[in-house]
Design a protein around this ligand. Structure first.
Ligand code: PBG
Length: 323
């Protein structure tokens, strides 16, 4: 036999030498759920190990994570129903707990990268990412004005990256212009470029209590059956000024990650979403899988598919294992 591929697997040292991909803590953005108030820590029932935290406890969590080497965080607000309305008004109230918390987080940890989410759903009484008319249609261009204002309000707190997760057409350019017009040309945009209408967001909507009150998100989020359509979205986001392209979810869409990596020169991010975390956690807790190994293999698969950046709820556990 001239060729024996097993020679390159004969020892741990050789395997390390020929290893093609590696996941590092530098790749991670850790999503966090912010609660209003003080000294509250509420586990997300469908995401064991993931907690909704008030600002005081979140500051401690960020400090711990920074010590472990996690440098980037995506902060989502858990908004009480009493603050929700059709126009997502609280999203631009500078005294609202989310915006005041972001200011405090950046003041305490200027070295951390803080990312925020731009979409109406956490603040919307309709539970949709865009404005809903009487007939239940999601209005695109009217929503852009709200998203632009939301992005500027978030930028004013000093955050680093805006993440438009709404999938309205033209929003990257609209937000880029709004940021630039207000002096925030250094705030980056990580666009949710190929965001699919996925069942894997269920636990996230539990965490935020943000599920749509009627209908679904299929008129704006992409059809899971489509791959090439992601190129249309990627080209638009690139032309409109996105700094990063994101694919979401990650695991059921590894082909899309690979395709956009080959297609674009921008950094590629993948969102390893709530339902993907929940599946592994549940199987691990039942003793059906070795959670730690399955988690690391999962993250590696996302990296191997081409992601430069991974948004993942596993970030802290991974960091603890490697510290
Ligand atoms: C809101 C938003 C969602 C997620 C991130 N931003 C949910 C949705 O679109 O319904 C999902 C994240 C996850 O499942 O971990 N637009």
């Amino acid at each position: 036999m001239l060729k024996r591929p097993r020679r390159n697997r004969k020892s741990a040292a050789i395997r390390d030498l020929v290893q093609e991909n590696v996941v590092t803590i530098n790749d991670f953005i850790f999503p966090l759920f912010l609660l209003e108030g003080k000294n509250k820590r509420v586990e997300v029932a469908s995401m064991p190990g993931i907690y909704r935290l008030t600002l005081d406890l979140m500051l401690k969590e960020i400090e711990e994570c920074l010590k472990l080497g996690i440098k980037a965080f995506d902060v989502f607000p858990v908004v009480d129903d009493k603050h929700k309305d059709k126009e997502a008004t609280q999203s631009i109230n500078e005294n609202f707990f989310y915006l005041t918390a972001l200011r405090e987080i950046k003041a305490q940890f200027p070295e951390a990268i803080i990312m925020t989410d731009v979409a109406m759903d956490p603040y919307s009484s309709d539970g949709h990412d865009g404005l809903v008319d009487e007939d239940g249609n999601i209005l695109n261009d009217e929503t852009l004005e709200i998203l632009g204002a939301m992005a500027v309000s978030q930028a004013e707190t000093g955050i680093d990256i805006i993440g438009p997760s709404d999938m309205m057409d033209g929003r990257v350019e609209y937000i880029r212009d709004a940021l630039d017009d207000n002096g925030f040309e250094n705030v980056s945009i990580m666009s949710y470029t190929a965001k699919y209408a996925s069942a894997f967001y269920g636990p996230f909507r539990d965490a935020l209590d943000s599920a749509p009150k009627s209908g679904d998100k299929k008129t704006y989020q992409m059809n899971p059956a489509n791959q090439r359509e992601a190129i249309i979205e990627a080209d638009l986001d690139e032309e409109e000024g996105a700094d990063f392209l994101m694919i979401k979810p990650a695991l059921a869409y590894l082909d899309v990650i690979k395709m956009l990596k080959d297609h674009s020169d921008l950094p590629i991010a993948a969102y390893n979403v709530s339902g993907e975390y929940a599946m592994l956690k549940a199987a691990g807790l039942k003793g059906w899988l070795d959670y730690e190994k399955a988690m690391q293999e999962t993250l590696l698969s996302i990296k191997r598919a081409g992601a430069d950046i991974i948004l993942t709820y596993h970030a802290k556990e991974f960091a603890l294992l490697h510290s």
